[in-house]
Design a protein around this ligand. Structure first.
Ligand code: NI
Length: 261
């Protein structure tokens, strides 16, 4: 593993209780490992506030604020308005994470859709990009993003799990994709196929930590320090070296989130 790789983690959860015992040490160690920036994603109003608090503490950490599909029962126009109030904060770079989750299916689908649409509209209104969680809800997710006319460069499918065919529709719209540890899994044939058709300028790297640790660390607590395993895998798929993959995906991330170099 090239120790000199520099990488941007476009989707992390360093506010998760899995980091309660060693959060500061962990953040210092991933910084030392080559992390140049990370976006911690909120899942509801309270967790969005926590992401912002962490971003205020570390110059290289940023925050996304929004309501996750599994928390969609918390959606109300009032609650969304509170989240809107966070969007002016200088470290808030996106709306999210939001979307549809038909795998857990804990929240009625019409409630999930109403929440997703409200989050998208907040992104459109504020000019921020939206971080999309799509789990086994590919068609509805795509339909809603299309119907809401989300512009090119303003949405990312995080931990992309759709087909190569669906990827082509997303590419046509100019939306982005991020890949994490799941790309390295043995059964990741579909994700590998999708990644192979996506142009490099639409790709970003992520962890979704503490979840989704890549092979060979699958099942352990994930951190941004494991991103090089994903970069290596993407490099292999694209016929590039990991450093080039990091350079391009870092540029993409800075541009997507509107972060000045
Ligand atoms: Ni997440």
């Amino acid at each position: 593993m090239a120790p000199e790789l520099s990488f941007f983690d476009t989707h992390a959860h360093y506010t998760d209780s899995a980091f309660d015992d060693d959060r500061e040490d962990m953040i210092a160690s991933v910084r030392a490992a080559g992390l140049i920036g990370a976006v911690n994603c909120g899942t509801d109003y309270e967790s969005s506030l926590e992401c912002i608090a962490l971003a205020e503490k570390y110059d290289f950490l940023y925050a996304a604020a929004g309501i996750h599909p599994e928390d969609a029962l918390k959606y109300s126009p009032d609650n969304m308005n509170k989240i809107k109030g966070l969007m002016d904060h200088k470290k808030v770079v996106a709306v999210g994470e939001t979307g549809l989750d038909y795998y857990w299916d804990q929240v009625p689908r019409d409630v999930q859709k109403e929440n997703f649409i409200a989050n998208i509209r907040l992104a459109l209104e504020t000019g921020k990009p939206v971080i999309v969680h799509d789990r086994e809800a590919h068609q509805d997710t795509l339909d809603i993003l299309k119907k809401e006319n989300v512009p090119a460069g303003k949405a990312v499918f995080h931990c992309y799990s759709g087909s190569a065919e669906m990827a082509r529709e997303i590419i046509e719209k100019g939306w982005l994709f991020s890949f994490g540890g799941a790309l390295t899994f043995k059964n990741a044939r579909r994700a590998v196929e999708a990644a192979s058709v996506i142009p490099m300028e639409l790709l970003m790297l992520e962890t979704d930590c503490p979840y989704m640790a890549p092979v060979p660390l699958r099942g352990s607590r994930n951190t941004s320090a494991n991103i090089p395993f994903v970069a290596e895998k993407l490099a292999e798929i694209k016929g590039l070296d990991a450093q080039t993959v990091c350079e391009i995906t870092n540029e993409n991330a800075l541009r997507f989130f509107g972060i000045a170099k």
